[in-house]
Design a protein around this ligand. Structure first.
Ligand code: SF4
Length: 198
């Protein structure tokens, strides 16, 4: 990425196709995945099932997973299969959606997240978008809203090679944020502040 450009500017300008609204189809479509790691210890707290989604529009310079970028690559996996794989290991603390860009497949991921929550697991979602842009998108895309709602911890922002750090947990570059539900709620207040009540 050119040094003079704001590292976030490109990602903010990129967009992705509208997701079908939840309920628009009787059954969520299968997920197109680049890979699955069944016992990750580096993608969030505890032992996690990490699902690498296929397809990414961000094109971050220095990306370690360029094979995940084509939207038609990878292979298709049903939600039933992924839930079954999660159930196979009682030691799992939850699932992590990585990529690729998970928000390209927001609807089936939101449904899978609901299944994991029902089993007592937590849900972490990585995204190359920044939360503020996703929150704006969620106002017109119910699938994006559903995946945000289903995410316990969002790790946001593109990978920026110049900000690469080995000293921060679960992230590749220091611009990326760990946004739990409370922190996201505070950011939403900053985006749309309540009128002062005097
Ligand atoms: S968002 Fe992730 S997968 Fe996509 S280009 Fe950036 S580093 Fe690579």
């Amino acid at each position: 990425m050119p040094e003079q450009a704001s590292p976030l500017a490109g990602a903010r300008q990129r967009d992705f196709p509208a997701s079908p609204l939840p309920g628009a189809q009787a059954k969520a479509p299968p997920l197109r995945l680049a890979g699955i790691v069944e016992d990750s210890i580096v993608d969030g707290p505890g032992l996690r099932l990490t699902i690498f989604t296929q397809g990414c529009p961000h094109d971050c310079p220095g990306c370690h997973n360029p094979e995940t970028h084509p939207v038609n690559g990878g292979s298709l996996h049903s939600l039933d299969e992924l839930e079954a794989r999660y159930r196979e290991n009682p030691l799992l603390a939850g699932v992590t959606f990585s990529g690729g860009e998970p928000f390209l497949q927001a609807r089936p991921l939101a449904e899978l997240a609901a299944r994991i929550h029902a089993l007592g697991g937590t849900v972490i979602t990585y995204t190359g978008f920044v939360f503020e842009d996703l929150a704006a998108r969620a106002r017109k895309d119910a699938a994006v809203a559903a995946l945000l709602d289903a995410t316990d911890l969002l790790i946001d922002g593109p990978y920026i090679k110049a900000l690469r750090s080995l000293d921060i947990a679960w992230r590749g570059s220091s611009n990326q944020r760990l946004l739990d539900r409370e922190r996201r709620a505070r950011l939403l207040c900053l985006i749309s502040p309540e009128p002062d009540s005097v």
